[in-house]
Structure formats: C-alpha cells, structure tokens
Design a protein around this ligand. Structure first.
Ligand code: IVH
Length: 703
C-alpha cells in the first residue's frame, strides 16, 4: 500500500494562515496531552504543510507561535526533567519519491554512499526515555517539549510490559521508545474503564497517554513498551557507553533486546537491515501489508542510517535528525458523518448502541458502523445525529467514534434517541449500570448466546447451527446453555428437517461435549469480560468449578489479567449464572480442568518470571505457533493448539520476541519463523511438537 500524501492546504491570506496555526496548535495540544483527536491526521498534515508553504512565501509574516520548526508542533506540556539529549521529532515522507529524495539528500550531505539502512515500525504511542543505572530502572520521563519532559516514574510498577525494572545485566543505559496499549490491552482497558464507570478511551494512543500520567487510579491498566533508541546514560563512561556510541543501530537494538527490553525488532514487523533504498522500499511495503494484523497500532515505518558514523556525520537539523525519516501511512482516523444509531442486544442481554456512518475507507477497509459503547458515553461526548465525527480504526480494533467536530456543526444536528424499551423483546431496560441491559438478561440474548456456546472453541457441538438454534429457542426446548445437555430425542425429532440420523449425530456430539475441559465450559457460559484465553486462565488457576464459584473478589483478582477491575464483574456474573451451572453439574458436564493438580495451592498459568509447574514437558517455556499444522495436529484450531501448550505447562503467545523459547512452524510459516531464526530461537515441526505434548494429547483424546 502506497499512500497519497495529504496535499498542503492552500492558505489564501494571513487570516487563513493564522487560523491554521491556531487549529494545528490546538490539535497538537490535544494529541500530545492525551486527549481525543480534534482533527484527523491527514487534515493535520495538510494544514501543517500549508503553514510551511505560507511561511516560505511570507517569511516576514511568521507568527511567533507557528508550529513549524518546533518539536511536536510546540504543543507539549514541558516537564521539569531536562533530557540529556533532546528527544527530537523525525521528518516525514509519504511515497517512494519522497524516500528517494531523502536518501539522495543524505548521501549529498555525507559525500558518500550510505553504508546501510534499517526499517522498523513506527509505533503509534507515546515517546518516553527510560533511564537504567547499574541495571535498575531509575527514572521514566515523557518527551514533553523535546527538551524537558515530565517525570512519570510512578508508572514503574510492573504494569509496562517490555520495560523491566531490572535488566539482565547491571549496565547503565538510556533507552528511548514508545509506550502504547496493544490492541488487546486497549480492549481490556476499556472493559476495566466501563466497569469503573470511567469514560472509555477513544483510541490506544490517548489511552496510553492518560494511563502514563495517571497516579491514583483504583485499577491498573497494563501497557507495552517498544524501544527504538539505546544511548549512553548521561555521565556514564563504561564499556557499554563506548559500545553504544560506536555500534550500528541494528547492533544496539539487538543488545537492548538481550538486556530484556522489548524493541521494535521484537515485533512481527521486525527491524530489517536493508543494504539500499530498494530493500528499504520493499520492507516498507511488507510492513504496510502486515499493518492490519499487527497486535498494536503503527502509523508508518521509521528508516534510519544504520552505521554510527553515517549518523554522526549526517548530524541533526533544527528539529529532526537527518539520518532518520518516517515513511508515513494513511491515517487511521477519518472524518465522516454520523447518520444514525441502532441498538443491538448481545448474548448477555447488553443493549449496545452502534453508530451508523456515511461509509468511509479507513486503514484499507470500508467502515459503515462503529461502536459507541454505552449511553453514558454518548452523553459524555455530546454526540448528535448529523455530526461530523472522527472515527478510529486500526488493526483488529472494532471501529469507534472518537469525537464529534463541534466547531463545524450546522445547527441541523439532532439529539440521539435512547430506546425506551428493549429493542429485541420490548421488555424493560435495566439502566442501573453504564451498560444498559434487557431485564431478561441472557434470556433476551439467548439465540446469540447459544450459538456462541456450541461454537468450535467452546462446547464444539457440530451440527447445531443458526437455524437449529432459532428453533430450539422458539420451541422453548432451550432456555439456557445447560438445556442443551438434557435435549431429548423427541424434542429434536419434533423440529423441522430432523430425521433419525441427524438426531443421532447431534445427540452423540452433545454426549461428547459433556467431557469438554472446564475452560471451555466456562467460556460457553458467556461470562461478560471473558473470552477463550481468559477462561483458560481462570480454569487453570482454580482447577474446578467449585473453586471458581467459591472465589471472592480478592481471589478472583489474583488470576493473571483479571485484576481489581474485572474481578467484581466476574464474581457477580458467576453468582448470576448459579442456576445454569447447577443444571450443568446435574447434567453430568465435566467441571474440572485436565492437568491441574487438585488440592494444590491455586496458581495461575505460568507467566514470565513465575515458577512454572515442574514436570510438564513445556514447563516454563513461551511457545508461538505459526503456519499450518500437519499430521495429528492438522485439524486443530489455534485455540486448541494454545490449549495444548498450556496443558503441557507452557505459555502460548501470538508473537515472537526475545522471550519466546520455542516456535512451532508449520507449512507456509512466514515472518514469525524468520523472526525466530534471526533471534536464534528453537524452531520445531508440528510432528516434533506432537511428540513433546503426546501425554497431553492422549489425555485430551481419552476424554
Ligand atoms: S526514532 C531521533 N523509531 O515517532 C530519532 N521513533 O514522529 C528518534 N516513533 O519522536 C526517534 N516509532 O516518538 C523512532 N521506530 C521508531 C519510532 C519512533 C515511533 C516516534 C518517536 C518520534 C516520533 C516522530
């Protein structure tokens, strides 16, 4: 994907110029202050370029607060910690011609050929400097105005993945990089925010900004760090500092990774070393193609001259180094019109508003709908039908409305009407929480709930599809998940298009489903805020349904990834589902998790740094599966592979990093395999993996 650069906004006169300066400054203040976007990235870039053009033609009329030539458009709240070396911005290019022009000007300045380049993802987060002294993370500082930043060392509390409090070696180093919310962390963060009655984050970037600066929240929001610079700690003259001054960028990043810090190289996009700009352009195209699948947001690719000598000799301009350039992708924010709102009832009976938009292309797909979360959120944002709204979509994130553009209202906008009764059954609405629910709860969202429960990753009852579920629900045969297990031959035969053979098949599969592991039964219950991997963690932590039901909020919060935010919701949901669980038990459905020692002190699935259960074949290993599985594993879904890994004591992960210890590479394994090779991580075939997990496989087969 090659993106068209935003054209410069032509600013006709001084008034238009002054207006543009003000708009850009306000947008930059909001952006860097962590608030919602006021204009989208394309409009921002176009205005900035228009300002640049105007100033070039009218150098005598440049306003003092012009954003041109300033780091981050001069908008950051300057903090009180001065950076050892300013944290600069990078200049942008938008297409192959821009890249070539940059390369040519760099070589002109150097008077020689650039020794080589690196290409790495441009993370869409918040820049911070992490100061390590003798291996210990001493201080964390935001970029601020580039000269001085805010001390956010309060965030050194283990909540930033990839930014360890201790390095693997007692060295001193300043690491710079981006703190962000991965897509999964962003979705989880919004769940936690809703549970606490807080407003949802409009996008991962503003969520990370708010979280980094927040001090006294009653809940923790995990974030992720990616390093892209390693430099000497001010005043340190150790061998490490000497190395950091003389090594190539790619070597520095490899060292930073071995110290235990997450780097842009430890991502599926990777840090690619490219001999010439031809390979750089290829790397840009490859990373652009991966964008939608990456587990975090990126807004471009950063290209750097790799060799230290090239960087030193190229030097730094007034606001950006000459040896680096950002190849920007199209914005993931777009402005469109909110044409309506509809309300859908989900499987737990939650009535969720959804924005109907004038369809618009964002990040490679056409967006016609966007999530609006809940009525309180609509009110907080003051949205109206007909509003021009900024919409955000990146990767797997469900598109969401960020904010209305209040300054372009025409006066014809109308209020959003909230439903007076449940849009599905016409019944009453429970408005006691931020998320409205039909008072019938799960019963109202029954069709969606049952369909989810019989799905492959839950009870896996093949043969029960949408049409059958409709009939089962309509006939009253199934009023909750447990009723599936007491369906009789007569009940099934009474349904349309059901003969003896299909009924036998379905009854057989229902019988099989009785012995699914607890994690899947739990998942099938459709507890709010839990999906497949959370259900596995809970099942492994407690081992039995009895232990889960006996857990109070404090105990529930100990499960990895639940924390204080989600625990009360989970405990309440389980209490709500008590009757259904009783019915499942009575129907002989399995309520234990295989591989978890009963009576042992409950412990979570092994996470980094924790002691894994000894004796299991993958104890303590972080395993990534990639490519198509073959042999006995051919039919397994990724979820089932992850179950196997965790059943064997390992930790399943979706991306390869320095912390990955084993990669199972099947057919057509691509970038993850390559990444594992470059990091020297052990790679095995599906067959070899099957041999390792055989005991677990056999246990599963005999269920
Ligand atoms: S290098 C002196 N590498 O993008 C150059 N920056 O728009 C230092 N960013 O200020 C920056 N990903 O906050 C670099 N892989 C990456 C990056 C990256 C994101 C941010 C950084 C920078 C801004 C410029």
């Amino acid at each position: 994907m090659t993106d068209t650069p935003a054209p410069a906004a032509a600013l006709a006169d001084f008034d238009a110029y002054a207006q543009a300066v003000e708009t850009v400054a306000a947008a930059a203040r909001a952006y860097y202050g962590g608030a919602d976007a006021t204009i989208d990235d394309d409009v921002y870039d176009a205005l900035l370029r228009g300002i640049e053009d105007y100033e070039r033609e009218h150098p005598d009329r440049v306003l003092a607060d012009s954003p041109v030539g300033r780091v981050a458009a001069g908008a950051l709240p300057a903090g009180d910690v001065t950076h050892s070396v300013p944290m600069l911005s990078i200049a942008n290019v938008f297409d192959p011609d821009g890249l070539d022009a940059w390369g040519a000007s760099l070589e002109r300045r150097l008077g020689r050929t650039v020794e080589g380049y690196t290409a790495e993802p441009k993370m869409d987060g918040l820049a911070v400097a992490a100061l390590y002294r003798d291996g210990r993370l001493e201080r964390l500082v935001t970029r601020g105005d580039g000269i001085a930043g805010e001390d956010v060392s309060h965030a050194i509390n283990g909540s930033i993945e990839g930014l360890p409090e201790r390095l693997t070696e007692p060295v001193s180093i300043e690491v710079r990089g981006e703190v962000l919310l991965s897509i999964e962390q962003f979705e989880a963060a919004n769940e936690i925010r809703v549970a606490h009655g807080a407003s949802v984050f409009a996008n991962p970037r503003s969520g990370a900004a708010g979280t980094l600066r927040a001090k006294d929240r009653p809940y923790v929001i995990p974030m992720t760090f990616f390093a892209y610079v390693g430099m000497p700690l001010s005043g340190d003259e150790s061998a490490m500092s000497v190395f950091l001054r003389s090594a190539a960028h790619s070597e520095v990043m490899a060292t930073v990774a071995t110290l235990g810090v997450n780097t842009t190289g430890n991502t599926p996009a990777g840090l690619r070393v490219c001999p010439t700009l031809v390979e750089v352009q290829e790397a840009v195209d490859t990373i652009a193609a991966m964008r939608a699948e990456l587990p975090f947001g990126i807004d471009g690719v950063v290209i750097k001259a790799d060799a230290a000598a090239d960087q030193t000799d190229a030097g730094t301009g007034s606001r950006a180094p000459r040896w680096a350039i950002a190849y920007k992708f199209a914005a993931v924010h777009r402005i469109t019109r909110l044409v309506g709102v509809d309300w859908a009832v989900g499987r737990t009976g939650v009535i969720a508003p959804r924005a109907i938009l004038d369809p618009i292309e964002i990040d490679g797909s056409v967006v016609g709908f966007a999530t609006l979360h809940n009525p309180a959120d609509i009110e907080r944002r003051g949205l109206r039908i007909g509003d021009r709204v900024s919409v955000y979509k990146a990767g797997d994130i469900i598109p969401r409305v960020e904010a209305p553009l209040v300054h372009v209202r025409t006066g014809d906008e109308t209020p959003i009407e909230f439903p007076a009764a449940c849009p599905q059954c016409g019944g009453d609405i429970d408005r006691s929480e931020q998320r409205w629910r039909c008072v019938k709860g799960r019963a109202c969202g029954l069709h969606a709930g049952i369909l989810y429960a019989v799905g492959r990753d839950q009870l896996d009852i093949e043969g029960i599809g949408g049409r059958l579920v409709t009939q089962l629900v309509a006939s009253g045969a199934v009023a909750d998940v447990a009723d599936l297990f007491t369906l009789t031959r007569e009940q099934l035969l009474a349904l349309e298009r059901m003969g003896d053979t299909s009924v036998d098949n379905i009854l057989g599969r229902i019988e099989d489903a009785r012995s699914r592991p607890l994690s899947r039964v739990l998942c099938a219950l459709g507890i709010r805020g839990t999906g497949r991997s959370m259900s596995r963690r809970i099942a492994r932590h407690f081992g039995t349904m009895d232990a889960i039901r006996a857990a109070d909020v404090v105990e529930m919060a100990r499960v990895e990834g639940i924390g204080d935010g989600k625990a009360p919701v989970l405990v309440a949901e389980l209490a709500d589902l008590a009757d259904v669980v009783d019915k499942l038990v009575a129907a002989g459905v399995n309520m234990t998790e295989p591989g978890v020692t009963l009576g042992a002190a409950p412990g979570p699935a092994p996470t980094e740094g924790e002691t894994p259960p000894a004796g299991l074949p993958l104890a303590g290993r972080a395993v990534v599966v990639t490519g198509a599985m073959t042999g006995v594993l051919a039919a397994l879904s990724r979820n089932e592979m992850n179950e196997l890994i965790e059943g064997a004591g390992g930790r399943a992960s979706s991306s390869v990093s320095a912390r990955t210890s084993l990669v199972v590479a099947g057919d057509k394994a691509g970038s993850k395999r390559a990444k594992a090779e470059s990091l020297n991580i052990e790679i095995i075939t599906p067959e070899e993996f099957a041999a390792i997990v055989r005991p677990v496989l056999n246990a599963g087969a005999s269920d």
